[in-house]
Design a protein around this ligand. Structure first.
Ligand code: NAD
Length: 505
């Protein structure tokens, strides 16, 4: 039974969360959140103006001195309380996430929400383990040590595919380390980021530590990235927008963390368990309707298994049930919007000119006709340099290609500009081990593809960006290290002063 609260009532005050208060934007421009399963309006709200961004940054700046001076234990306690509040409100979060994204409720309930609660609990623990390097007398005459310090106000920008998890991935390491934050969610999907900030207040976090501005990328987004009081930009989104964000951040000398697009290879060697690989490919290409930056998108299958893999994957894809996201039996919901559905369909239509659409490749009719649905799609026979193999589609589309030698398979896996995630399927530990070493990606799975855990880093190589979300590694982004050096000699004329005073010392 899904807990359906009234979104319009909940956000009657607006869709900006600044200094501990929900309020309306002041841009004069409205935006409508649409349920992509039905095309119906969920909420119309006023977007943030640049003045709203300024207010949010000012609130975060005011909150920084006290929050960064709180003890690790105090910040940890606050995050433990936040994890408990999120758990109490888990059904509301799952409902809102499914409503704004069209995600099957079983995905929101079993993945997005518990993943977020686990992440919060992880950072509650990690907040007490922020360490600098141990002290030592490296010069002989001084004691040196490293302090790890918060950096200030972080400006973050998030995409629409996993709005709750993306908000959590940005907010949690930033505030666990003592920073304060202004997060801009995607215009399409602001609900659960706002709810996360409200939950932080319910958990007793001080006003101004977490602020949400829901504005357009080109104005509120760019203004946040270029803001002089924001010391770091953490962006998750497409590589194209990431490049623009990098330009603005660089011009204002900001620390930068970019989590960008992906085009993950799925490499199946000829000794792999075919049934496991076929199941894995279907699940990993269709999760979240393929709108997952680590989704399996290019299956390279060694020639002896290629034909059997294509027919088994097609057969399994045809068993996947499209439907109402709130029906617990639904496997696949719509894409996030009709525009995104049309974009995905465009890639497949163009691919018909040079490849074979084995299954799918169509917009379903009947009861699903009003929603942004698209059938699970398998494409074969495309050339390595074709659009469908090289470009991020971000929909339920898997392309399969054959390869002959292991060398060739690994080379093909590496042959896109992206490097976010990959998987290798083999029963031979040496073959799989070689793939884990030679594939250029931030994560390589062996005989699985998709699982993530709070303790391990997530982030890209190559055009997929740099920096890490989740895990203790994310603190490298959200802290700065300071060398502190104490003189131990208590001598007025120190040895090294000879370089200035010469023999007079
Ligand atoms: P997008 O790049 O269009 O938008 C992302 C965010 O940037 C949104 O909040 C948007 O409003 C904002 N934005 C747009 N133009 C901007 C500008 N000029 N200045 C500042 N901000 C701007 O991406 P999307 O369509 O929302 O999400 C899909 C993309 O996100 C895919 O490419 C996907 O691979 C990527 N993604 C990456 C990861 C990762 O961890 N690497 C995770 C999830 C999604």
């Amino acid at each position: 039974m899904v807990n359906r609260f009234q979104v319009k009532d909940r956000f009657a005050d607006g869709a900006q969360y600044i200094d501990g208060r929900l309020r309306s934007g002041t841009s004069g421009q409205s935006h409508t959140v649409v349920d992509p399963a039905t095309g119906e309006e969920v909420l119309t709200y006023e977007l943030a103006s640049t003045a709203d961004v300024d207010e949010a940054v000012a609130a975060a700046k005011r909150a920084f001195p006290a929050w960064s001076a709180a003890t690790p234990g105090e910040r940890s306690d606050a995050l433990h309380r936040l994890a408990a509040v999120l758990a109490e409100q888990a059904e509301d979060f799952a409902y809102a996430e499914s409503l704004q994204c069209g995600k099957p409720i079983k995905l929101s309930t079993e993945f997005d929400v518990p993943g977020t609660i686990d992440n919060t609990a992880f950072f509650a623990g990690a907040a007490r383990h922020l360490q600098g390097q141990a002290a030592a007398e490296y010069s002989g005459d001084h004691t040196s040590y490293v302090r790890r310090e918060a950096i200030g106000v972080v400006g973050s920008i998030a995409p629409w595919n996993y709005p709750l998890q993306m908000a959590a991935w940005k907010i949690l390491p930033a505030i666990a380390a003592g920073n304060t934050i202004v997060l801009k969610p995607a215009e399409l999907t602001p609900l659960t980021s706002l709810m996360f900030a409200q939950a932080a207040k319910d958990a007793g976090l001080p006003d101004g530590v977490v602020n949400i501005v829901t504005g357009a990328g080109r104005d509120a987004g760019e203004h946040l990235v270029g803001h002089p009081d924001v010391v770091m930009t953490s962006f998750t989104g497409s590589t194209a927008v990431g490049k623009r964000v990098a330009e603005i951040a660089t011009a204002t000398v900001k620390r930068l963390h970019l989590e960008l697009g992906g085009k993950a290879p799925f490499l199946v060697f000829d000794d792999a368990d075919l049934e496991a690989a076929a199941h894995g490919a279907v699940a990993a290409s269709l999760i979240n309707t393929g709108q997952d930056c680590t989704a399996a998108t290019r299956a390279y299958v060694q020639r002896p298994l290629h034909e059997a893999f294509v027919s088994r994957v097609a057969e399994l894809m045809e068993t996947v049930r499209l439907g109402d996201p709130f029906d617990p039996a639904t496997d696949l919901g719509p894409l996030v919007s009709h525009a995104q559905r049309d974009r995905v369909a465009g890639f497949v239509e163009r691919a018909r000119g040079y490849a074979t659409v084995v299954t799918g490749g169509e917009v379903p009719g009947g009861e699903l006709a009003e929603g942004a649905y698209y059938r699970p799609t398998l494409v074969s026979g495309a050339a390595q340099d074709s659009e469908v193999v090289q470009s991020e589609i971000f929909g339920p589309v898997l392309v399969v290609l054959p390869f002959d030698t292991d060398d060739e398979g690994i080379a093909l896996a590496n042959d896109t500009p992206y490097g976010l995630a990959a998987s290798a399927w083999s029963r031979d530990v040496y073959r799989a081990g070689r793939a884990t070493r030679e594939i250029k990606a931030g994560c390589v799975w062996v005989n699985d593809h998709i699982p993530i855990i709070s303790e391990m880093p997530h982030g890209g190589y190559k055009a997929s960006g740099f920096g890490k979300d989740m895990s203790a590694y994310s603190f490298e982004e959200y802290t700065q290290v300071k060398h502190v050096m104490y003189d131990n000699t208590a001598v007025a004329a120190k040895d090294w002063h000879r370089t200035v005073f010469g023999d007079r010392t």
